[in-house]
Design a protein around this ligand. Structure first.
Ligand code: ATP
Length: 378
């Protein structure tokens, strides 16, 4: 059964942008630009946000990614209007909604919010929950709209039930319907998939993404999970300690991480410490150029675990397999490689059939190695 079923176009949806995908019409909206300008938020001694600049294009989906406590939720709450920035501004379509000049109340921002725990009201029916944000409409119309949204997420048959009977995935869908039904121009989601098991999470990610694309809501989705961010986001904004470290496509962040922290998020890497020489960094795979690092300073060279290609007697450095761990389709190997003080971790296809003690040749493309200043020098 398709998760989101066919919904006849509702007359009230005519003021928006039609989805045009033949699936029926979901809530439709005009896409909006969401801009954070030097947004800062202090809580007594804690600086939750330390000057965040981020410009999100209309209908773009941006994932906010970062470790616990880095300020993701605070940024979302400031966009929603639940928190005020200590300094800086938030703009929607170029209009200040939070800042020195103006503060627009959450209900007047055209913003939809979806929390991690879904926050359904236990005393309202499922239909009542979805209709909650439609108080401005006449009752019959609100009911019709809410029912259409419930149909859209495949749960119209549960309209008159109460939330306690719902599974986690169903709660997620009701929360999604509730957030999307007022046709927000901006959709803010705080870890919407974290409470779901792996299989359900994959399905809900796909369905949520298709609904967001259909409604053209400009979306900010908070996540801890780099893979989820890569799968969902048009762009990923990586945060650490209240700052935006890097924002870009998954490809850009993978191939050109701004620092070691971002590199670690997107791939499994070997980190090897070196001292920078006058011509660059002298490694077993050649001299790596490091123009931004001064001679004599320390650097970390990163070699991706998937960037080491093993063969029995091809080109490359000689080595020996010291350990093999079976991980399903891939195997994780420890390989002693000539010239490296420590064994390299290597991901190889399980079908290559490596065993402990095998003599190997290890080929590493120097162009794929990443070089960063030693973190401890910062
Ligand atoms: P998580 O992934 O764990 O939800 P997060 O990245 O969303 O974390 P925030 O919840 O935005 O992080 O918190 C950022 C920092 O601000 C943390 O140090 C947190 O303790 C602090 N903080 C957030 N809200 C408040 C508050 N109301 N009062 C005091 N400190 C707060």
């Amino acid at each position: 059964m398709p998760l989101f079923s066919e919904v006849p176009p509702s007359p009230a949806a005519d003021n928006g942008v039609a989805s045009g995908n033949g699936k029926g019409r979901a809530a439709a909206t005009f896409a909006a630009r969401l801009t954070f300008e030097n947004v800062t938020r202090d809580y007594d001694a804690t600086q939750a946000l330390a000057g965040v600049d981020l410009d999100i294009a209309p209908a773009e989906i941006v994932c906010l990614l970062g470790p616990s406590g880095c300020g993701k939720t605070t940024l979302l709450r400031i966009a929603a209007g639940i928190e005020k920035p200590t300094a800086g501004r938030v703009l929607i379509n170029g209009l200040e909604v939070a800042g020195p000049a103006r503060f627009v109340a959450p209900e007047d921002r055209g913003v939809g919010l979806m929390f991690q725990d879904f926050a359904l009201f236990p005393h309202l029916t499922i239909l009542g929950n979805v209709a909650f944000g439609l108080k401005a409409l006449p009752k019959a119309e609100a009911r019709r709209e809410a029912l259409a949204a419930l149909k859209r997420v495949g749960l119209a048959h549960l309209a008159d039930a109460y939330p306690h009977i719902l599974s986690g995935g169903q709660q997620q869908r009701v929360a999604l319907a509730r957030a999307i039904v007022p046709r927000p121009a901006v959709m803010l989601m705080d870890e919407p998939f974290s409470g779901l098991d792996v299989q359900l999470r994959d399905a809900m990610q796909e369905e949520t993404l298709s609904l967001l694309r259909e409604t053209r809501a400009t979306s900010v989705i908070v996540t801890h999970n780099p893979e989820e961010a890569m799968r969902i986001g048009d762009r990923i904004a990586v945060m650490r300690a209240g700052r935006l470290v890097q924002a870009g496509s998954a490809e850009a962040l993978y191939h050109e991480p701004a620092d070691l922290f971002v590199a670690r998020l997107f791939s499994e890497i070997n980190e090897i410490g070196y001292r920078v020489g006058s011509a660059g960094i002298d490694t077993p795979i050649g001299v790596l150029r490091a123009p931004s690092l001064a001679a004599g300073t320390r650097a970390t060279v990163c070699i991706r675990e998937r960037g080491v290609h093993l063969s029995r007697n091809g080109a490359g450095l000689s080595g020996r397999v010291l350990d093999v761990k079976f991980l399903g389709d891939v195997a994780r190997l420890e390989v002693g490689v000539e010239g490296f003080d420590k064994a390299l971790k290597v991901r190889a296809r399980e079908s290559e059939g490596w065993a402990r003690g095998d003599e190997v040749r290890a080929q590493i493309d120097p162009a794929s190695a990443l070089v960063f200043p030693d973190e401890s020098q910062k």
